[in-house]
Ligand binder design. Structure first.
Ligand SMILES: [Ca+2]
Ligand SMILES: [Ca+2]
Length: 170
């Protein structure tokens, strides 16, 4: 009887362990997709302010997206275009440290001027310090927005962590 009890405890322990593991892995294993040579997690459902979006990416061992080139911005925006649910997706650019000097918070490098939508960044009403990928009617590019606004967001990982198998196998 005692051994049966031990066995039951071990069984229940195994269940709780596996349950705990699954919960953890669900949080971490967000489906990153490979686009070009980068790895991205595109959040189309939950809208968050810039800070909360950044925190969410960090929990996935990633950052908000950093566009190193027009080509990268084009590839990611084309991928999003068919299923987009928001007019803007947060990226890691910001000028919170120095007004008018937009840098990628992920690496401290300046944001290239050719990535902006025409007329941006405009710091509208003096309150736009966080940058996002903006799907304007005709053009797609960066726009500075109010950091407190709720938007979808894009995380970028430097390594293929938890990337979907089909992309890992390419
Ligand atoms: Ca990048
Ligand atoms: Ca703006």
């Amino acid at each position: 009887m005692f051994f049966k009890f031990l066995g039951l405890c071990a069984f229940l322990g195994a269940i709780s362990l596996s349950t705990g593991f699954n919960v953890t892995s669900n949080l971490i294993e967000a489906p990153f997709v490979k686009i070009g040579s980068g790895y991205y997690y595109i959040e189309n459902n939950l809208k968050k302010n810039w800070y909360a979006a950044y925190e969410s990416c960090r929990r996935l061992k990633a950052d908000l997206v950093t566009f190193e080139s027009v080509e990268e911005l084009d590839m990611v925006s084309q991928y999003i275009l068919n299923s987009k649910t928001d007019v803007m997706y947060w990226a890691s650019g910001t000028d919170l440290a120095e007004e008018g000097s937009h840098v990628w918070f992920s690496n401290g490098q300046p944001v290239y001027s050719d990535l902006w939508c025409p007329g941006q960044p405009d710091n509208k009403d003096g309150g736009e310090h966080c940058d996002g990928l903006w799907f304007e009617s005709e053009t797609i590019g960066l726009n500075d927005g109010n950091c407190g606004m709720l938007h979808c967001y894009i995380c970028e990982a430097t390594q293929p962590i938890n990337c979907m198998q089909k992309h890992l196998m390419q």
